[in-house]
Design a protein around this ligand. Structure first.
Ligand SMILES: NC(=O)c1ccc[n+]([C@@H]2O[C@H](COP(=O)([O-])OP(=O)(O)OC[C@H]3O[C@@H](n4cnc5c(N)ncnc54)[C@H](OP(=O)(O)O)[C@@H]3O)[C@@H](O)[C@H]2O)c1
Length: 242
C-alpha cells in the first residue's frame, strides 16, 4: 500500500509513520523540516520504501506540484496541523489565516490532486485528523476549534461524495496527545495520552474505517454532557478553566 502522511516530522504523524512502516507499505512522508524527515527515514527500515517530500502545506501552488509528482496513493493521512496556543487576546488576522490555511485549506489543495486518482482506482482512503476541540470552543482557542469544526463538515461532505467510488473517509477526533503542539499548553490537559498510545488508537480506527472517531471516550462523553448544560453553568466552568 502506498501511504502519504502529512506532518510526519513530529508527534502523531511521526508515530503513525513508524506504525505503518511494514514490508507491504511504501511511505511518502511530507513536512517542512527536512532534517527530521531524513532522520525518521533512517529509522523506518522495515518499510518497503520511504520517500521524503519537503513541502509547506500552506504554499498551495508548490504543494500541489509536489502532490502531482507523488502520483496515485492508496491512502492519505491528512495530519499536518498547527495551534496558536491559548490566548484571550484577539488573534492577529495573519495568524488566524495561516492556521486555516494549514488546518483546513491545505487538505482541499491535496485532495484536489488525489481525488481523481482515487476515483479512477475505484478505491482509496482519506484520513482526516480533526480534534475533540472541534466539538467545543474555548474563548482562548477560537481559531483552532473553528478550523477543526470546519474540517469535520468538510470530511462529512467528502465522505458522501466519495462513497459511490469506493473511497473510504475516516475522521479522527483525538483529545490531548503529547506532542510539540501540546507541549506549548501550560494548563492541565485531562486524559492526556502518550504519543505512542494516541497513534496506536488512531491506527486501529483507521484500519477499521471509522467514519467519525472521537477519543478518549470519557473525554468525549464529558464534552457531550457539557454541551447540554445551560449557558450560565458553561460560563462558570469556562471561567474556572482559564
Ligand atoms: N496533540 C494533540 O493533543 C492533538 C489533539 C487533536 C488533534 N491533533 C492534531 O493532530 C495533528 C498532528 O499534531 P501533533 O499533535 O502531532 O503536533 P506536532 O508534533 O506539532 O506535529 C505537527 C506536524 O505538522 C507539520 N506541519 C505544521 N505546519 C506545517 C506546514 N505549514 N507545512 C507542512 N507541515 C506542517 C509539522 O511538520 P514541520 O514543522 O516539519 O512542517 C509536524 O510534522 C494536527 O492536525 C493537530 O491539530 C493533535
Amino acid at each position: 500500500m502506498k501511504i502519504l502522511i502529512t506532518g510526519a516530522s513530529s508527534g502523531i504523524g511521526k508515530e503513525l509513520s513508524k506504525l505503518y512502516a511494514t514490508p507491504e507499505n511504501n511511505l511518502v512522508l511530507l513536512a517542512r523540516r527536512e532534517d527530521r524527515l531524513y532522520k525518521l527515514k533512517l529509522e523506518l527500515c522495515e518499510a518497503k520504501s520511504v520517500e521524503i517530500v519537503v513541502a509547506d502545506v500552506s504554499e498551495f501552488d508548490a504543494l500541489q506540484e509536489k502532490i502531482r509528482d507523488i502520483g496515485a496513493v492508496d491512502m492519505v493521512i491528512l495530519n499536518a496541523g498547527i495551534s496558536l496556543g491559548h490566548s484571550l487576546e484577539m488573534t492577529p488576522f495573519k495568524d488566524f489565516k495561516k492556521l486555516y490555511d494549514v488546518n483546513l485549506l491545505s487538505n482541499h489543495a491535496i485532495l484536489e490532486i488525489l481525488l481523481p486518482h482515487f476515483k479512477s482506482q475505484g478505491s482509496g482512503k482519506i484520513v482526516f485528523i480533526s480534534s475533540l476541540a472541534s466539538l467545543f470552543s474555548m474563548p482562548s482557542s477560537k481559531a483552532y476549534s473553528s478550523s477543526k469544526r470546519a474540517l469535520n463538515a468538510y470530511a462529512e461532505g467528502i465522505r458522501y461524495k466519495c462513497k459511490p467510488y469506493g473511497i473510504k473517509v475516516v475522521n479522527i477526533l483525538p483529545g490531548f496527545i503529547k506532542s510539540e503542539l501540546t507541549d506549548k499548553n501550560s494548563f492541565h490537559m485531562p486524559f492526556l495520552l502518550s504519543t505512542e498510545d494516541g497513534a496506536e488508537i488512531i491506527k486501529r480506527a483507521i484500519d477499521k474505517n471509522k467514519k467519525f472517531y472521537p477519543f478518549p471516550k470519557r473525554f468525549y462523553f464529558f464534552i457531550l454532557l457539557f454541551r447540554l448544560f445551560p449557558d450560565f453553568i458553561k460560563q462558570k466552568i469556562i471561567k474556572s478553566a482559564l
